[in-house]
Design a protein. Structure first.
Length: 94
């Protein structure tokens, strides 16, 4: 799981990658760097042991599709299923 910075016009974007833990397929999505950083830090403990408020991925990135938000979640969590493997799992569970 990794990220890559891109500068386009006046905005800084970050390309966020997640690799499927089942098939190895790599997925990515570009998001605003500042929003990404705020979301990544949400729910973490500061030096005094206080937790920052948790920001739901849907609230931080309302314009992304659910599949693209899953890439962000997979990057943050370190575990991801691509769309194909997710569909296969749902089909197996029936």
């Amino acid at each position: 799981m990794h990220t890559q910075l891109n500068h386009r016009s006046n905005d800084w974007l970050v390309e966020v990658f997640a690799t499927c833990n089942t098939c190895g397929e790599q997925s990515s999505v570009s998001v605003d760097l500042k929003t990404w950083q705020e979301w990544m830090k949400s729910g973490e403990e500061d030096d005094d042991g206080n937790r920052t408020p948790t920001i739901n991925v849907q609230n931080a990135f309302p314009d992304l599709t659910p599949a693209n938000r899953e890439v962000l979640i997979g990057n943050k969590a370190g575990w991801h299923l691509c769309n194909v493997c997710w569909a296969d799992l749902e089909e197996m569970e029936g």
